[in-house]
Design a protein around this ligand. Structure first.
Ligand code: ZN
Ligand code: ZN
Length: 206
């Protein structure tokens, strides 16, 4: 999805709305997300794009429903997403003049160091462009925008850091591992959280 660059020239003066609702387009970043995130209701992002004097305004909303593993018991935690956002992206600075490469070619004696600097710069730019929302297009073709990358970023922000299957989830027993929402175990009455006990030990030593 983050390869979807659009020329800003294609956005009319009164703005344009981009809609991202293709499940296939969301599937790839969800897989790369590294968390078991299952789509229960289709994810839909709508982003209004408006070019302004200093940069581009993105005004959008994301909706959908996903299942994430509960932070305490790993069962499904259903998360309804109703997320709104405003993002302003300033225009990128002009890219360095392509004349640089020509002059390097004309002075072969110095190309060693110049090439090294150049490739490092290109690596950084390549890394940035994966997540960037706005960029200077190659060969002076103006500004390009990537609404999909912004939608993905905002979607990630909309997810809870510690999803819970329910507020009162009792989690797994730290000793035997049973799901304490469903059953009790003989070690269930041990006092205190072992992680807290370890912390108390640290405090005593000090
Ligand atoms: Zn739970
Ligand atoms: Zn137990």
């Amino acid at each position: 999805m983050d390869k979807n660059w659009f020329p800003l020239q294609g956005v009319p003066a009164n703005g344009k709305t981009f809609v991202l609702e293709d499940p296939a387009a969301w599937a790839t970043p969800l897989q790369e997300f590294g968390v078991a995130c299952r789509v229960l209701e289709p994810i839909r992002a709508e982003i209004f794009v408006l070019a302004q004097e200093q940069g581009v305004l993105f005004r959008g909303s994301i909706s959908g429903k996903v299942a994430l593993p509960c932070d305490r018991c790993a069962n499904d935690s259903e998360v309804t997403i109703r997320h709104r956002f405003d993002s302003f992206e300033p225009y990128p600075a002009d890219s360095p003049a392509p004349a640089g490469k020509d002059s390097a070619r004309q002075k072969p004696g110095r190309t060693g160091r110049d090439d090294a600097d150049e490739s490092r710069m290109e690596d950084i730019l390549a890394g940035d462009s994966d997540e960037a929302v706005i960029r200077q297009a190659a060969h002076g073709r103006g500004i390009e925008i990537n609404p999909g990358a912004l939608a993905w970023e905002e979607f990630s922000l909309a997810l809870p850091v510690k999803p819970l299957c329910r507020e009162a989830c009792r989690g797994l027993c730290p000793v035997c591992g049973v799901n304490r929402n469903a059953e009790s175990c003989s070690c269930a009455r041990e006092e205190g959280d072992p992680r807290l006990a370890a912390l108390q030990g640290l405090l005593v030593k000090k």
